[in-house]
Design a protein around this ligand. Structure first.
Ligand SMILES: [Zn+2]
Length: 69
């Protein structure tokens, strides 16, 4: 079954058995034993994650500029 990162919803996980049941996300750097095996849930997390990331990026690009309207 595919496993997903609980933080960003990415399936880009490395399994590190020598550290115990530890997964490392190649996308966001998450490390932990908790992973998601529910594709639907992963997709929701992914959408939220990218939403936030996008907002952050926009804010950075805009700097101190104010929104019009
Ligand atoms: Zn991740």
């Amino acid at each position: 079954m595919t496993k997903f990162c609980p933080k960003c919803g990415s399936a880009e996980l490395n399994y590190l058995p020598w550290l115990g049941e530890i997964y490392v996300c190649r996308n966001c750097g998450y490390q932990g034993a908790l992973v998601i095996e529910d594709g639907e849930l992963a997709r929701e997390i992914r959408e939220k994650h990218f939403e936030v990331t996008e907002e952050d990026t926009k804010a950075e690009l805009k700097g101190s500029q104010r929104r019009k309207g």
